[in-house]
Design a binder for this molecule. Structure first.
Ligand SMILES: Nc1ncnc2c1ncn2[C@@H]1O[C@H](COP(=O)(O)OP(=O)(O)OP(=O)(O)O)[C@@H](O)[C@H]1O
Ligand SMILES: [Mg+2]
Length: 330
């Protein structure tokens, strides 16, 4: 049984207007407007408690909104909840697989519940376990899986039928770099099959790797939205961490970085360390070139740099840049 038919799908997978969810005095989701184009990965980036899971649960019909509206492929999540449910699948901060069953048993059981034949369930389970690198672990109980294996079996379970829309709620939080990369590959493969993905994450680099558009949310509100290029152009696309030989040279290094690179410079607690966020005109290459110029400028001033690393801004740095821009309103 396949849920997706090649009939024309609306161009917009998710559209919310003023979506609200209140828990007591806490406005967990406080008037969110989103438009997610069909066939893309849309990133929702935000810290703990921002309202990501609450928003996802409303879109997946697991929670009833207290205000505003939300449509999934044109279907209202309250009035057409059944229709929405037939189009979506959810994975992330929820239990879906049974810890006491093996990987194979879980997938076969869920496939049977979805109406696949016995033989069909068996072959779909084997196919997914293979695709997700879980063939060796297939016969082990899920409670003995590592965090990365667990996340992969969760995603496998959620795409037994190719859903039109897949919610991935922090699919890589707590995973090591290798497991994160495996999950990212899986997400790319799912999208290549035509599924739209709404991905929540606390990591800018993850949103950057996977998403075409990103909404940054905090305290239940969208504080920035755009393509990843637009977002990086506004928050800085690179973060240069430097350690100097001499603590006395830090003030001068700060001045050079601020003047020569137009960077936002933060002094770290460590007296020889500082971090400069560079805009790089919104591209990774631009950021790398800017960082190289900065190192050259420091060398000309006889400032010895012991170590240096170029990475993407952390979520903290993203928020600092966004809230700085809005003025001191928070
Ligand atoms: N069932 C609930 N009852 C009461 N408050 C809740 C409930 N679910 C969430 N909240 C509160 O709503 C706010 C948003 O929580 P939510 O789980 O949506 O955040 P999140 O962005 O998913 O965070 P995390 O990254 O930690 O998963 C938090 O203040 C949380 O304490
Ligand atoms: Mg959450």
């Amino acid at each position: 049984m396949s849920t997706s038919s090649p009939t024309t799908r609306p161009d917009i997978a998710i559209e919310t207007t003023g979506l609200v969810k209140v828990f007591g005095a806490n406005r967990a989701v406080d008037g969110i407007d989103l438009r997610v184009p069909t066939g893309t990965v849309y990133g929702v980036l935000g810290p703990n408690g921002a309202g990501k899971t609450t928003a996802v649960k409303m879109l997946a019909t697991l929670l009833r909104p207290d205000g505003g509206s939300a449509r999934v492929f044109g279907k209202d999540v309250v009035k057409d909840a059944d229709a929405v449910r037939s189009l979506v699948s959810l994975t992330g901060q929820y239990a879906s697989v049974d810890e006491d069953l093996t990987g194979t048993e879980n997938l076969i059981l869920l496939a049977r519940l979805l109406g696949h034949s016995k033989a069909g369930s068996r072959s779909r389970a084997a196919q997914l376990l293979e695709a997700f690198g879980l063939t060796e672990a297939a016969g082990k109980q899920v409670k003995n899986y590592s965090g990365g294996m667990r996340r992969r079996i969760d995603i496998a379970a959620s795409i037994l039928n190719t859903p039109d829309l897949l919610f991935l709620d922090e699919p890589t939080t707590g995973l090591d770099p290798r497991s994160r990369n495996q999950v990212w590959d899986i997400v790319r493969a799912v999208v290549a099959q035509g599924t739209t993905v709404l991905l929540t994450t606390q990591y800018l680099d993850e949103a950057d790797q996977l998403a075409s558009r990103i909404a940054v949310i905090d305290h239940g509100k969208v504080i920035a939205e755009g393509t990843k290029g637009e977002l990086k152009a506004s928050v800085g696309s690179g973060s240069v961490h430097l350690r100097l030989r001499e603590a006395e040279q830090r003030a001068e290094a700060e001045r050079i970085l601020t003047d020569a690179m137009n960077a936002v410079v933060q002094l770290d607690a460590d007296p020889v360390a500082l971090t400069a966020t560079v805009d790089g005109q919104g591209t990774d290459r631009g950021a790398a070139e800017q960082a190289a110029r900065a190192l050259a400028a420091l060398a000309r001033a006889d400032i010895t740099v012991d170590s240096f690393a170029l990475g993407q801004p952390s979520l903290d740095e993203v928020f600092l840049a966004l809230t700085d821009k809005k003025g001191a309103t928070a």
